[in-house]
Design a protein around this ligand. Structure first.
Ligand SMILES: Cc1cc2nc3c(=O)[nH]c(=O)nc-3n(C[C@H](O)[C@H](O)[C@H](O)COP(=O)(O)O)c2cc1C
Length: 464
């Protein structure tokens, strides 16, 4: 029986004892034990309040309930480990806390020290609640470093090229048996790679896999599960961004009823849609830009949900969908050529359907257009570049881990609405994959942590 690690319940697992009933509860599951035997009771209480090894726990059960009960206890404990309820510690140095269900803790048996050990390139250290925490996108644990020397040990591990001996790590000032247990903890939690890296994994960049795991893995320590969040920042993040300048350009509204008669069909728009980087001789005109913005992004209605436990308050209806109708995206047209509208940078106000002038075509605004031109294969210079920003605070209070992923989904939804409306209007659309948010925030005077560009879209007049 493994004696290298001490075991304990994850800190959020609740143990209540009522008369003869023991109830264990996590945010997902609960387990009720009717009249457990004294040894089992004691072992569960040790798991809640102390740190004992599996051998010590099994001994407690064997002493009070018998050998057979101890074997059964060890088997049942495996099920709790699989649920992600059990932490493994090498005290007083580190504790591995499961962060997802279907958890496995797999130390290596046999002559493991002859194997090359390499810290996963997906491992990272960060500070959380004043603790140093080791995580990896390959692992279902987070390891709390209880002693700074463990950080030194992890740093040394990254330097080991081939072969390794405990002596290589002895200058971390950790004694050799603890080093061995720590290494086994890192192996068992997949922080250290022992298998050759699979080809499918080799294609992943560190940050792409981290982002993927953080938004797709259902984490046991997801704070969303703890309580219903309440939107307290209506004033800082209202339904639409207040006007950014009083140099207002009112925009025409198209006649939707007649468009419904004359427009191409949805199927025609989907089939004809394409990205176009070459424009007609005559640039796009202000009436077309007005109609395009109205049909893709205006506020159609302001309303409140019938039930509003999160106190979201007023929300808006727009032509494209958005999670919880929170609509965090903003549109900033950067105009290089548009008949009827001076070149420069504007902000679109979707409630009043107006543009607000922010800057003339100065060298910094030109640089935005130049970058977009480079990204679209250096064909025609985008006549109108739609910079799309997110007001992060509209989403971050609610969505936590998935919020940035949700913004990117909203960008996709908006892009397709742009594409289809541009096609129906015989304009030339193209999405753009990359942009420089730091540069845009500087030009538009935005605090990048509050609101930043997250997408770009080029628009122009199409040749017949
Ligand atoms: C999210 C997204 C990003 C894109 N980024 C760029 C880009 O940076 N530069 C570019 O020239 N085209 C870009 N495009 C356009 C694609 O290259 C184009 O959609 C693809 O070649 C298919 O052609 P089609 O749109 O004409 O059907 C992007 C399209 C999407 C949906």
């Amino acid at each position: 029986m493994d004696d290298r690690f001490t075991l304990s319940f994850r800190p959020d697992i609740d143990l209540t004892v009522e008369a003869e009933q023991f109830v264990l509860r996590s945010s997902q599951h609960s387990l009720t034990l009717e009249s457990p035997q004294p040894g089992l009771k004691t072992a569960l209480e040790h798991l809640k309040h102390d740190h004992l090894t599996l051998f010590q726990l099994a001994t407690v059960v064997a002493d009070l309930d018998g050998e057979e009960a101890a074997i059964l206890f060890a088997a049942e404990l495996q099920k709790l480990i699989h649920l992600g309820w059990i932490c493994h510690s090498v005290l007083p140095l580190a504790t591995a806390i499961p962060i997802a269900a279907n958890y496995q803790f797999k130390p290596l048996n046999g002559d493991w020290q002859t194997q090359p050990l390499l810290l996963s390139r997906f491992a990272y250290l960060h500070q959380e609640h004043q603790q140093f925490v080791l995580e990896s996108s390959q692992s279902k644990s987070k390891i709390i470093l209880l002693d700074w020397r463990v950080a030194g040990l992890i740093a040394k591990l990254t330097q080991i090229r081939t072969g390794f001996s405990i002596d290589d790590l002895i200058d971390t000032q950790i004694e050799s048996t603890s080093i061995q247990s720590l290494l086994q903890l890192l192996i068992a939690t997949e922080m250290i790679e022992v298998e050759p890296i699979e080809l499918t994994l080799a294609q992943w960049k560190f940050h792409n896999l981290l982002f993927h795991r953080r938004i797709r893995l259902e984490r046991l320590d997801d704070s969303r599960k703890e309580n219903i969040p309440v939107f307290e920042e209506h004033d800082r993040y209202p339904i639409v961004k207040p006007s950014m300048s009083d140099r207002t350009i009112p925009l025409d509204k198209p006649d939707l009823a007649s468009l419904m008669q004359s427009d191409m069909t949805l199927t025609q728009a989907i089939e004809a849609r394409q990205s176009i980087h070459e424009y007609a001789q005559q640039p796009i005109i202000l009436e077309q830009l007005s109609e395009f913005l109205y049909r893709t992004a205006r506020v159609k209605e302001v309303y409140t949900f019938e039930e509003d436990p999160m106190q979201i308050g007023e929300v808006t209806k727009r032509p494209y969908p958005a999670g919880d109708a929170l609509y965090e995206l903003e549109i900033y047209p950067v105009v290089s050529q548009c008949t009827g509208l001076a070149a420069g940078l504007y902000h679109y106000q979707p409630l009043t359907h107006t543009l607000h002038h922010l800057a003339d075509l100065n060298p910094e605004v030109e640089a935005l257009i130049y970058n977009a031109w480079k990204s679209t294969g250096q064909q025609d210079i985008p006549q109108v570049l739609l910079m799309i920003t997110a007001r992060f605070g509209r989403l971050y209070w609610k969505h936590h881990d998935i919020a940035y992923g949700l913004i990117l989904k909203h960008i996709g939804v908006l892009y397709q609405t742009f594409y289809l409306v541009a096609t129906a209007m015989h304009l030339a659309p193209s999405a753009i994959s990359s942009g420089n948010s730091e540069q845009f925030c500087r030009v538009a005077g935005l605090d990048e942590y509050e609101e930043s560009s997250v997408g770009e879209f080029a628009l122009g007049s199409a040749s017949p």
